[in-house]
Design a protein around this ligand. Structure first.
Ligand SMILES: Cc1ncc(COP(=O)(O)O)c(C=O)c1O
Length: 351
């Protein structure tokens, strides 16, 4: 397609933008060992520091993207017949994994009328003796919503009482539009696992660098499975991440993310004012917005017709678990986003 607005991240950074001249030179002479299978101690320490004093390198496993971290969480903790309470709409990786492992999926919608929050009474009612895990995505893909303090506290209390795993995919943490990192679930209960990585807020998807933060027991078990999935993250990816994940350098990247997203979102919202067929609301975080369709067309038909006739790609609400919406990514360069929006307007005019 000419305009791929199905991208959910921020336009990637180049190595020259994140490494010093000396580091760029150093990387050319780096010998390509396998590396530490659980991630270098330096990188694991730096990731642990992001989550506060309670954590050390022993609480961190470096993974091949947050996708591998999610995979390991499901693989190591759930078996066929276990129940998983799953947030929808969502990035459907955990849903697909659960289905393929014979896990019983119980989808619990976040409610638009509640500002895309869970209704805690609904969550309570869904928990049974077989509930083994509650899986959330916060900030949420595709809505960009951030879970409120009150709902977070409720989710933690319910997970504790059910003595189940609480899995939080936080790959969008750091991409808040107001520049204030939202609260993490890390350490909320003994059975809490936070998965995240450098693909979204940090604009470095090509590094394939992610992590899990959890109890030492969890991390060791996931590590033992990780030896059978990818062995370890690419040596160069760990090397780069170890350099850039200091507080100051992290903040520099996150500031760029914030500036870029706010600029593009202003543009998108202005465009949307003149488009009655879609309702675009300002998300709290992430490089995506979940736009309501105000026309009588299924989301998948909308996406396919737009792709085939106007060469713009979005994702359909149906694929995220909620009909009646399309997801628009606005993290690519501004001209590119605007080009895609102009084509969407042409498409809507043609209907
Ligand atoms: C919510 C969420 N989790 C995980 C992933 C996987 O990302 P990665 O493996 O690049 O970290 C994505 C990618 O789009 C995502 O949106």
């Amino acid at each position: 397609v000419d305009y791929n607005l199905s991208e959910s991240g921020v336009h990637p950074l180049a190595l020259t933008e994140i490494l010093t001249k000396e580091e760029q030179q150093e990387i050319l002479n780096t010998e390509l060992f396998y590396g530490y299978t659980n991630g270098t101690p330096q990188l694991r320490r730096r990731i642990a520091e992001m989550y506060g004093d309670f954590f050390s390198a022993h609480n961190v496993l470096i993974t091949s993207g947050s996708a591998e971290a999610n995979f390991l969480s499901v693989m190591t903790q759930l078996e066929a017949g276990d129940e998983l309470i799953y947030m929808v709409p969502n990035y459907p990786q955990i849903l697909g994994l659960a289905r393929s492992f014979g896990i019983i999926l119980k989808e619990l919608p976040i409610r638009e009328e509640l500002g895309w929050q869970w209704d805690l009474d609904e969550l309570k009612a869904m928990v049974t003796k077989k509930t083994k895990m509650i899986a959330v995505c916060n900030p949420n893909n595709p809505t960009g919503a951030v879970m409120s303090d009150n709902v977070m506290n409720g989710v933690i209390a319910i997970s504790r009482e059910a003595d189940c795993w609480l899995l939080s995919d936080e790959v969008y943490r750091g991409a808040e539009l107001n520049g204030v990192e939202c609260r993490s679930f890390a350490g909320a209960t003994d059975k809490t696992v936070v998965n995240a990585g450098l693909s979204k807020a940090y604009s470095l998807p090509g590094l394939r660098l992610g992590w899990s933060v959890g109890s030492e027991e969890y991390v060791n078990r996931a590590w033992s499975f990780h030896d059978y999935t990818v062995i370890n993250v690419a040596y160069l990816s760990d090397w780069v991440a170890s350099k850039i994940m200091t507080y100051d350098r992290r903040m520099k990247i996150l500031n760029r993310t914030k500036e870029h997203l706010n600029h593009n979102l202003d543009m998108l919202c202005k465009w949307a004012e003149g488009v009655s067929e879609l309702t675009v609301t300002r998300p709290q975080a992430a490089a995506i917005t979940f736009a309501r369709l105000n026309i009588d067309m299924l989301s998948e038909d909308f996406v396919y017709q737009l792709r085939d006739n106007f060469s713009v790609l979005l994702t359909a609400g149906k694929w995220h678990g909620l009909e009646g919406f399309v997801r628009i990514g606005y993290g690519t360069p501004a001209d590119y986003v605007q080009g895609g929006l102009d084509r969407i307007a042409d498409f809507l005019n043609s209907l």
